[in-house]
Design a protein around this ligand. Structure first.
Ligand SMILES: [Mn+2]
Length: 195
């Protein structure tokens, strides 16, 4: 099988981003965005998605940083999947973290859409603005051209809720990006193509 990986770099007046993504990895990560809690979340994505992820990001504003990492990671995912031949396409995961429980479902169908139900009590989770969890997921889904539903089903602690979401996202994406040996070389869509 060809190597399913992609590199994406993005440099604007606001941020400088470099993303390397290997889909069939082992969960190796090297993530530095300058936002510790965001790094923590992205490493969970790598670890539990079994993706090898290298991200270096810098910029003067946290909102732009998170948004631009989401855009670059989304584009890298889409590119790494290529023509989407043989992939399982849909995936979901239900992941607990202590009292928190998160559900994530994805469809790699060529359409970017996100439905996020993740209410946080505090304005910040560590050094990360709580609103940026939603913003990350939405921006990522749109650029990756995937449907992404994320829902916190229960939970009290904001850190636990966010962490459960990112672990579930990793697991769901791992399932959806896997190659199904029964349909190698076939695009899993009645349209015959997935953008
Ligand atoms: Mn943690």
């Amino acid at each position: 099988m060809h190597k399913r990986s992609a590199t994406h770099t993005r440099e604007t007046g606001e941020t400088k981003i470099s993303v390397e993504l290997e889909l069939d990895g082992t969960g190796k990560f090297d993530v530095e965005t300058g936002i510790k809690m965001f790094d923590h979340m992205l490493t969970h994505l790598a670890q539990h998605g079994l993706f090898d992820i290298k991200i270096a990001a810098s910029g003067w504003d946290q909102h732009h940083l998170v948004e631009d990492v989401a855009i670059s990671l989304g584009k890298a995912l889409s590119e790494a999947l290529g023509d989407k031949e043989g992939i399982v396409r849909m995936g979901h995961a239900l992941v607990p973290m202590d009292e928190a429980l998160a559900m994530v479902a994805v469809d790699i169908g060529g359409r970017g859409y996100a439905v996020i139900e993740a209410p946080f009590k505090r304005k910040k989770i560590g050094d990360l603005g709580s609103d940026l969890v939603r913003h990350f997921l939405e921006s990522f889904a749109i650029e990756a051209k995937i449907n992404l539903h994320a829902k916190v089903l229960s939970g009290i602690n904001d850190h636990h809720k966010a962490e459960a979401i990112f672990k579930a996202l990793g697991r769901a994406l791992d399932s959806a990006t896997k190659i199904d040996q029964r349909i190698v070389g076939e695009v899993p869509s009645t349209k015959g193509v997935i953008e």
